[in-house]
Design a binder for this molecule. Sequence first.
Ligand code: SF4
Ligand code: SF4
Length: 137
Amino acid sequence: MSVTKKLYLYFPKSETEKPIVYKLVKDFDLVINIFRAKVTPEEEGYLSLDVTGEAANIERALAYLSTLEVNIHAGNKGLHWDKERCAHCGACVVHCPTGALAFADQARRQLGFTEDLCVECHACIPACPFGACTSSF
Ligand code: SF4
Ligand code: SF4
Protein backbone atom coordinates (compact mmCIF):
# COMPACT_ATOMS: atom_id res chain seq x y z
CA MET A 1 0.00 0.00 0.00
CA SER A 2 1.25 3.42 -0.95
CA VAL A 3 1.70 6.08 1.72
CA THR A 4 2.68 9.74 1.65
CA LYS A 5 5.05 11.36 4.09
CA LYS A 6 5.84 15.02 4.48
CA LEU A 7 9.52 15.76 4.93
CA TYR A 8 11.70 18.79 5.46
CA LEU A 9 15.35 18.32 4.62
CA TYR A 10 18.20 20.61 5.53
CA PHE A 11 21.59 19.88 4.11
CA PRO A 12 24.95 21.59 4.38
CA LYS A 13 27.03 22.87 1.50
CA SER A 14 28.87 19.54 1.27
CA GLU A 15 25.62 17.77 0.35
CA THR A 16 23.96 20.31 -1.95
CA GLU A 17 25.74 18.93 -5.02
CA LYS A 18 24.47 15.39 -4.45
CA PRO A 19 21.56 14.15 -6.57
CA ILE A 20 19.43 13.37 -3.55
CA VAL A 21 16.02 13.75 -5.17
CA TYR A 22 17.12 11.72 -8.19
CA LYS A 23 18.17 8.89 -5.89
CA LEU A 24 14.92 9.00 -3.96
CA VAL A 25 13.01 8.54 -7.22
CA LYS A 26 15.27 6.04 -8.93
CA ASP A 27 16.59 3.89 -6.09
CA PHE A 28 13.55 3.90 -3.83
CA ASP A 29 10.76 4.17 -6.38
CA LEU A 30 9.24 7.21 -4.70
CA VAL A 31 7.07 9.91 -6.20
CA ILE A 32 8.34 13.29 -5.08
CA ASN A 33 6.33 16.47 -4.86
CA ILE A 34 8.55 19.43 -4.01
CA PHE A 35 6.81 22.39 -2.42
CA ARG A 36 9.82 24.55 -1.75
CA ALA A 37 13.51 24.36 -2.45
CA LYS A 38 15.96 26.94 -1.31
CA VAL A 39 19.71 27.37 -1.17
CA THR A 40 20.85 29.96 1.34
CA PRO A 41 23.69 32.44 0.66
CA GLU A 42 25.87 30.08 2.72
CA GLU A 43 24.84 27.44 0.16
CA GLU A 44 22.96 25.32 2.62
CA GLY A 45 19.96 23.62 1.11
CA TYR A 46 16.38 23.35 2.25
CA LEU A 47 13.70 21.15 0.72
CA SER A 48 10.06 20.83 1.65
CA LEU A 49 8.53 17.82 -0.06
CA ASP A 50 6.05 14.98 -0.02
CA VAL A 51 7.30 11.48 -0.75
CA THR A 52 4.84 8.82 -1.85
CA GLY A 53 5.59 5.14 -2.16
CA GLU A 54 5.65 1.81 -0.38
CA ALA A 55 6.19 2.31 3.35
CA ALA A 56 9.22 0.00 3.26
CA ASN A 57 10.76 2.05 0.47
CA ILE A 58 10.21 5.26 2.41
CA GLU A 59 11.95 3.69 5.40
CA ARG A 60 14.85 2.65 3.16
CA ALA A 61 15.02 6.16 1.73
CA LEU A 62 15.12 7.65 5.22
CA ALA A 63 17.90 5.24 6.11
CA TYR A 64 19.80 6.41 3.04
CA LEU A 65 19.25 10.07 3.97
CA SER A 66 20.52 9.38 7.47
CA THR A 67 23.85 8.26 5.97
CA LEU A 68 24.28 11.79 4.58
CA GLU A 69 24.74 14.96 6.56
CA VAL A 70 21.09 15.71 5.98
CA ASN A 71 18.97 16.94 8.83
CA ILE A 72 15.48 15.48 8.46
CA HIS A 73 12.40 16.53 10.30
CA ALA A 74 8.80 15.67 9.81
CA GLY A 75 7.18 18.42 11.83
CA ASN A 76 6.39 22.01 10.98
CA LYS A 77 9.22 24.29 12.03
CA GLY A 78 9.35 26.75 9.18
CA LEU A 79 5.99 28.48 9.09
CA HIS A 80 4.64 30.48 11.95
CA TRP A 81 1.11 31.86 11.93
CA ASP A 82 0.62 34.68 14.40
CA LYS A 83 -2.97 34.52 15.55
CA GLU A 84 -2.74 37.94 17.17
CA ARG A 85 -1.63 39.62 13.95
CA CYS A 86 -4.16 37.85 11.77
CA ALA A 87 -6.97 40.16 10.66
CA HIS A 88 -8.95 37.24 9.17
CA CYS A 89 -9.01 39.01 5.81
CA GLY A 90 -8.74 35.70 3.93
CA ALA A 91 -6.11 36.90 1.45
CA CYS A 92 -3.94 33.87 2.16
CA VAL A 93 -6.64 31.25 1.71
CA VAL A 94 -6.52 31.04 -2.10
CA HIS A 95 -2.72 30.90 -2.02
CA CYS A 96 -2.51 28.00 0.42
CA PRO A 97 -2.36 24.79 -1.67
CA THR A 98 -3.28 22.43 1.14
CA GLY A 99 -5.98 24.21 3.09
CA ALA A 100 -3.69 24.65 6.09
CA LEU A 101 -4.88 28.24 6.23
CA ALA A 102 -8.64 28.19 5.88
CA PHE A 103 -11.72 29.62 7.48
CA ALA A 104 -12.31 27.33 10.41
CA ASP A 105 -15.52 29.18 11.12
CA GLN A 106 -17.07 30.41 7.87
CA ALA A 107 -19.98 32.20 9.52
CA ARG A 108 -17.74 34.32 11.77
CA ARG A 109 -14.92 34.48 9.19
CA GLN A 110 -12.40 33.18 11.66
CA LEU A 111 -9.26 31.88 10.04
CA GLY A 112 -7.50 28.84 11.42
CA PHE A 113 -4.11 27.26 10.81
CA THR A 114 -3.82 23.47 10.68
CA GLU A 115 -0.15 22.85 11.16
CA ASP A 116 -0.30 19.21 10.04
CA LEU A 117 -1.50 20.29 6.59
CA CYS A 118 1.21 22.89 6.09
CA VAL A 119 3.92 21.95 3.59
CA GLU A 120 5.97 25.09 4.20
CA CYS A 121 5.65 26.29 0.63
CA HIS A 122 5.57 29.86 1.99
CA ALA A 123 2.99 31.07 -0.54
CA CYS A 124 1.10 32.70 2.32
CA ILE A 125 3.98 34.93 3.44
CA PRO A 126 3.87 37.46 0.60
CA ALA A 127 0.08 37.04 0.35
CA CYS A 128 -0.53 38.24 3.91
CA PRO A 129 -0.84 42.03 4.15
CA PHE A 130 -0.51 41.97 7.94
CA GLY A 131 2.67 39.98 8.39
CA ALA A 132 0.85 37.22 10.22
CA CYS A 133 2.70 34.46 8.35
CA THR A 134 6.44 34.34 8.88
CA SER A 135 9.24 31.84 8.67
CA SER A 136 12.66 31.48 10.17
CA PHE A 137 13.90 29.64 7.06
S1 SF4 B 1 3.36 27.71 4.02
FE1 SF4 B 1 1.46 28.89 4.09
S2 SF4 B 1 0.56 28.64 2.03
FE2 SF4 B 1 2.11 27.03 2.25
S3 SF4 B 1 0.97 25.25 3.02
FE3 SF4 B 1 1.79 26.34 4.84
S4 SF4 B 1 0.14 27.68 5.46
FE4 SF4 B 1 -0.33 27.05 3.36
S1 SF4 C 1 -3.73 36.95 4.81
FE1 SF4 C 1 -2.78 37.21 6.86
S2 SF4 C 1 -4.22 38.50 7.99
FE2 SF4 C 1 -5.32 37.75 6.20
S3 SF4 C 1 -6.36 35.88 6.95
FE3 SF4 C 1 -4.40 35.23 6.08
S4 SF4 C 1 -2.98 35.17 7.84
FE4 SF4 C 1 -4.76 36.38 8.47
